[in-house]
Ligand binder design. Sequence first.
Ligand code: FE2
Length: 201
Amino acid sequence: MANEHTLPELPYAMDALEPHISKETLEFHYGKHHATYIAKLNDGIKGTEYADKSLEEIIMSASGPIFNNAAQTWNHSFYWKCLSPNGGKVGGDILDAINSKFGSMEKFEAEFSAAAVNHFGSGWAWLVVDKNGEIAVTSTHDAGNPLCDGQTPLLVCDVWEHAYYIDYRNVRPNYVKAFMGIVNWDFVNEQYKQAKQNQAA
Ligand code: FE2
């Protein structure tokens, strides 16, 4: 039985992130771009060794268009969960880890924002747990996913132009600033807790 990949439900209404991210951006970004990656993934894996594999298994073993569409599917599903209309308020264990690693929330935001703003071309800025169990800021090109480098994603910012061009045109720094204001830190804390539990297991 082939494993049909489906577009996950958006965890909020299309207009819920306004004025930071507009309804029109979500209609295109979620409704067209993300949906198309999934449709192309389903088409691409038909009749191949990847047809029955989970998304993570495909990401860890495929290359070329199948990898690209699988990783873009995963990255976008994760990105939507990283945002919330009630976001922006950080606390819990991740705040302790950020203070310990970066010195302060402000210093972390500066480093994460720089990774997002300065990333050349299409890609993603991430907060991850690295192989040593430490949190770290990193970025990946195109469809790249930190899972392939043995890292556990905690937070991601999509810096492909399609993520911000409708709302911010060429001014990526304004999009990244708006993004930081609606980060769902409850979700990030959950990912951090799970990453630590998996490491302890
Ligand atoms: Fe995107």
